[in-house]
Ligand binder design. Structure first.
Ligand code: MF3
Ligand code: CO
Length: 290
């Protein structure tokens, strides 16, 4: 990392001298690094202005999901969800981040029942009474990314599926509750995984969350099965997603060989996922996408 003199301007852009701004902060991080912990690199931490940008992107992101809420019903096809995401995002001056991302063909992911994630909207896929559906919306607005998803129960759903949807949400909330400065990402992961296991479910290992803000997917990879006290040190200014995929059966998954996107559970049992974008603050955690 670049060495800054005590009297140089701080790297954060505050205009203050380093010694009166982030010097003690950097030294504290360095002490954790010497103890063998993973620590965030300087470029991973967002300034107040950048967090404000992500906050504004999140306002659009949430408005899009609120619009999706209104159309979810038996009989609609998933292309209609894509249309709403496109229209509402554009009307607010944003861009759907998934469109053309690594060749992804649509503006949103719609993942039904045993589809774990990355389900591709289609006019041929019609929502049926009893389905559980994840709608995952990622938004680029004025240069800043935000990412969140919700589950929807279509009409009357079996008690088993309803419980999976509820517990998946509670897993995310247990994770959020563990986010605080000078804790570790693994504290969040273990809270998620423990709660899923207590309920007889498994958490997907191979796909996780990510840093976010200036790019759609930033470092680090965020696991939801890691142990407390492991993984990256959490410090104010770090922004990432909490988005565990919770499976009713095995956590093994496979990717569709035809479209190379759709991810399914190996045993065909249902999967559920909720997602928020959060920022580590001085006090704890700000959920940007509520
Ligand atoms: N929205 C997903 C996430 O939470 C990423 C989807 S990648 C896409 O990270 F290309 F399918 F959009
Ligand atoms: Co995400």
């Amino acid at each position: 990392m670049e060495k800054i003199g005590r009297n140089d301007r701080c790297w954060c852009g505050s205009g203050k001298k380093y010694k009166t701004c982030h010097m003690a902060f950097d030294e504290k991080i360095h002490r954790y690094e010497l103890e063998g912990h993973m620590v965030p690199q300087r470029g991973m931490l967002k300034s107040r202005e950048q967090i404000q940008g992500i906050r504004e992107s999140s306002v659009v992101n949430i408005a899009v999901l609120d619009a999706v809420d209104k159309i979810m019903a038996p009989g609609i096809n998933t292309q209609m969800i894509d249309d709403v995401v496109c229209q509402v995002t554009a009307s607010m001056g944003g861009i759907p981040a998934p469109l053309n991302y690594e060749g992804y063909p649509k503006s949103v992911c719609t993942s039904i029942n045993q589809v774990v994630c990355h389900g591709i909207p289609s006019k041929d896929v019609v929502l049926q009474e009893g389905d559980i559906v994840n709608v995952d919306v990622s938004t680029l607005y004025k240069g800043y990314y935000s990412d969140s998803s919700r589950m929807y129960c279509i009409g009357k759903v079996s008690p088993e599926k309803e419980k999976l949807v509820r517990v998946a949400r509670e897993c995310m909330e247990k994770g959020i509750a563990m986010v605080k400065p000078w804790g570790f990402l693994g504290d969040m992961s273990q809270a998620v995984n423990d709660y899923a296991k207590q309920n007889g479910y498994s958490v997907v290992v191979d796909i996780g969350g990510h840093g976010i803000g200036l790019e759609f997917h930033e470092e680090p990879f965020v696991s939801y099965v890691a142990k407390a006290g492991t993984e990256m040190l959490l410090v104010p200014g770090f922004v990432f997603t909490i988005e565990p995929m919770v499976n009713m059966g095995t956590n093994e998954i496979y990717v569709d060989e035809e479209d190379n996107w759709t991810v399914y559970t190996a045993d065909g049992k249902p999967s559920a996922q909720w997602e928020v974008t959060v920022a580590v603050t001085e006090e704890g955690c700000e959920v940007l996408t509520w």
